[in-house]
Write a protein that binds this ligand. Structure first.
Ligand code: ZN
Length: 315
C-alpha cells in the first residue's frame, strides 16, 4: 500500500504515482496527462484524485482537503469537464469538446484550475480530437487535462502524441497479497484482483471456467470445491481460493452501501457482512493451505462455514 495520502487504496503503482507527484507539484502552465495500462488497476481512481487536486479550494501540503466541492463531487464543479460517451462503448461528441474548449482559455470560475477528465480517451473520434488540438498544442495556464485509456493504440495519434504518458502496470503477486491482507477491502479490490488475474494468460482460461460455474450454479461452494479438486488445471487450491476471492461480490455490494446508510435499504448491509464473512473464510482457507493443513479438511471446513453464512443471510 502506498504511503501517498492523496492516493490511498491504489497499490502497486509507485512508479506512476512518483511521476505524477512530480508533474502535479511543478509550477506548470498546464498539464495534459494520459494514464494508460490494463483495466482495473487504479487509473480512474488516480485520475479522480488528480481532478480533486486541480480543483481543491483548500489544498494543503500538496494534498487535496477531501472536504470541498472539488474534492467531494467534482462532477458538479463549474470548473470541471467530464468528456465521456453517453453510453459505454460510444464516442465522445465533438460538440461537447468544442463547448469545453471554448471556455478553456478563460480563467477558472471558482477553483485554482480548470480540470478535464477524458474517459476513455479512445472514445475520442478524429473530429473530437481535432476540436481540442489547438488547446493541446498550447495548453492554457490553469488547465489540467487528465485522460484514461487501456488501449493507447486506439487513441487518436494527434492527441496521444501531445500527452505526458504515465503507464500503470498489472498487479503482481505482492500487490495481490497487499489487497488480500488489508483488514477491510478497498472498494475496488475485487476489480483490481480480477483485472490482474484476467491479464495473466495462465489464469484466463480457468477464470472463464469459474465464471461459468459460478453463473450456472450460483457460486455453490460445494460445486466450486469439487471443481477445484477435480480440475486438471495445474492450479493449486490456494490459487483457486484467491480466484474465488477475486470473483466474489464484495466490491459490488460495497458500492450499494451509501443507499443503505441513507436509510433507503437495510439489505445491502446484511449482504455486505455476509460477503465479507465469506471473504474471511476464503482468506482463512488460503492461510491454512500455506500452513500445510490437510487440503481435504480445508475444503470441508470452507464449505461448512460458507453454508452457515448463506443460511444466516437467507433466514
Ligand atoms: Zn478540497
Amino acid at each position: 500500500m502506498t504511503e501517498r495520502g492523496w492516493c490511498d487504496g491504489v497499490v502497486c503503482q509507485d512508479d506512476a504515482l512518483k511521476t505524477l507527484d512530480g508533474i502535479m507539484k511543478i509550477d506548470s502552465p498546464g498539464r495534459f496527462v494520459l494514464l494508460h495500462g490494463p483495466e482495473g488497476v487504479g487509473k480512474r481512481t488516480v485520475a479522480e484524485k488528480m481532478m480533486s487536486w486541480a480543483l481543491c479550494s483548500r489544498l494543503s501540503e500538496n494534498a487535496p482537503c477531501g472536504q470541498c466541492l472539488g474534492c467531494r463531487n467534482f462532477a458538479d464543479h463549474p470548473d470541471a469537464v467530464h468528456l465521456t460517451p453517453e453510453k459505454s462503448g460510444g464516442k465522445i461528441k465533438v460538440a461537447d469538446v468544442r463547448e469545453a474548449a471554448a471556455k478553456a482559455f478563460y480563467p477558472p470560475v471558482s477553483a485554482r484550475n480548470r480540470a478535464w477528465l477524458i474517459n476513455p480517451a479512445e472514445a475520442l473520434t478524429p473530429s473530437s480530437a481535432n476540436a481540442m488540438l489547438r488547446l493541446l498544442e498550447e495548453l492554457p495556464s490553469k488547465l489540467w487535462v487528465v485522460a484514461i485509456t487501456h488501449n493507447p493504440g486506439a487513441v487518436p495519434i494527434t492527441v496521444r502524441s501531445r500527452a505526458i504518458k504515465v503507464p500503470f502496470r498489472t498487479l503482481d503477486s505482492a500487490g495481490l497479497e497487499s489487497i488480500l491482507g488489508e483488514s477491510g477491502p478497498a472498494a475496488n479490490a475485487g476489480t483490481m484482483i480480477r483485472a490482474s488475474l484476467l491479464s495473466n494468460p495462465d489464469f484466463q482460461r480457468q477464470v472463464e471456467t469459474w465464471q461459468r460455474l459460478i453463473a450456472t450454479r450460483r457460486y455453490d461452494p460445494d460445486a466450486a470445491v469439487k471443481f477445484a479438486r477435480g480440475a486438471k488445471s495445474g492450479l493449486s487450491l490456494r490459487e483457486f481460493m484467491i480466484a474465488l476471492l477475486a470473483l466474489s461480490d464484495v466490491a459490488s455490494v460495497a458500492a450499494s452501501l451509501p443507499a443503505a446508510y441513507n436509510g433507503e435499504s437495510q439489505q445491502p448491509v446484511a449482504a455486505l457482512v455476509a460477503a465479507l464473512d465469506e471473504r474471511d473464510v476464503l482468506l482463512t482457507a488460503v492461510t491454512d493451505l500455506d500452513r500445510n493443513v490437510n487440503p481435504s479438511f480445508v475444503c470441508e471446513d470452507t464449505v461448512r462455514r460458507i453454508r452457515g453464512i448463506r443460511r444466516s443471510l437467507s433466514s
